[in-house]
Design a binder for this molecule. Sequence first.
Ligand code: FES
Length: 572
Amino acid sequence: MKQENSLRSSNWFARGGKDGFIYRAWLKKQGIPSHELEGKPIIGICNTWSELTPCNSHFRELAEAVKRGVLEAGGYPLEFPVMSLGETLIKPTAMLYRNLVSMDVEESIRANPLDGVVLLCGCDKTTPALVMGACSVNIPTIVVSGGAMLTGRHRGHSIGTSDIWRFSEDVRAGRMSNEELAMAEAGMCRSDGHCAVMGTASTMACMVESLGLSLPQNAAIPAPDAARKVLSQLSGNEIVKMVCENRRLSDILTRESFENAIRVNAAIGGSTNFVIHLLAIAGRIGIELNLQDMDTFSANIPLIANLQPSGSYFMEDLYYAGGLPAVMNALLQHLHTDCMTANGKTIGANYADAVSYNKEVISTLEDPFNAVSGIVVLKGNICEDGAVIKPSAASPHLMQHTGKAVVFEDIDDYKKRIDDPALEVDENSILVLKNVGPKGYPGMPEVGNLGLPAKLLARGITDMVRISDGRMSGTGFGTVVLHVSPEAAAGGNLAIIQEGDVITLDVHQRRLYADITPEEIARRKAAWKPVYPQSTRGYVQLYQQHVEQAHLGADLDFLKGSSGSQVTRDSH
Ligand code: FES
């Protein structure tokens, strides 16, 4: 057990006089005697449980399992809530509030008598928000993910969130009735847990495991599987050890661990949202990481996990095939195996013996599911600071494509005109959507995989090149260029792209450009004025004034880095 006087919490509970009286007395009203608080590691359980976050609605049970583990190891658990972000209900977009939650987490940890923290993360933004906030305090921290839901079922087929995009297009094209859509809705979400495909929530769970922030197998155990509670209890054990050994986030999160995470993300076909969240986390813990690193470190990694939306299977299948440990084992020659992880062992030690039990789901480097993977970073006169595309979710025949722009000035303009029979568009056109970036929407929503015009869907067209300064759901797919930076609202060149401009996407050459001269760009920019809605109060105004561009992670500029774990004043 750690010496009492070296515990952060002893600054509260080991005190005499009025201060110690107050700190202890008000916990006694919850039936907690003094001996539980003095000399034991106090472990905060940061809970994003909410009935408004359906993916995290089972977190009270997980918290109980964590508590058992903390008590068993000689610590004392205190659970606390933070703002929770559910992807499906929150408007205008959960991403608008990621940074707000990170502030809630950071200040809650620092302000309270905690020696270590367990982060309960599930739905997309809850993972990066909690990890970002914890990084800015940097005390011993472990992540427990909520796990994916069981695979959905519809008319004898497996379904998952990625099918929603197909169902939607089928209904618009008249291939699916509303009655059948309602049946699919009833079979989609069969259990506790987050989206069952390699969407953003699953990507984030894989990210924390590959960074070393969780116990092995955290990423893929299904939410309702009893093993999820076992892992939660073991994580409760582990956080007490982490406090005793003073193993902090900065001991785990190194430049090399971020490179590992990028490579693993390529191998699993992870979400493009990985880019923006990993950059933001690196910014908080003080690791130099840039957009180009996403391409550089994933360039020679093939897709070895056959998971929707890039492949065929579901998170449940990934777990039965060996989970993320089997993927990381297959990748070991590309990983920094000496990186430290939460359990005090290295990546090499944790994953050396993992095996794939189903090569259809987890293949090998020699016989990958797809040679194309990862995130490609594009540059050109439409995206001066970069844009991203996920080739494994795109159509091979569109990877090199030139077409005329059909331009939508904002999402309302798109909704108004996309199904207009008079819209001049064909399958070679390139759909361009502006003003859905961090400042412009605001909050950078997941609208980048724009639905295709109904008249092209009716002709059987299933993919077109689409470009925007927004994001795409990790469950989405298509030849979709995202995160154009600088965004239109910030005066990036995207803002001056006009109807009929000839645009070329060349994924192999990492190029995205419009056939416009620098003189013409300058002429158009001189006449350009921002047109996005600007908030005049509250958090949204703060966000719009301080949010950074996508290629930097879209954090608030004043949140970068850490303020450490010291409280600034002692008020009692
Ligand atoms: Fe929560 Fe998909 S809606 S993970």
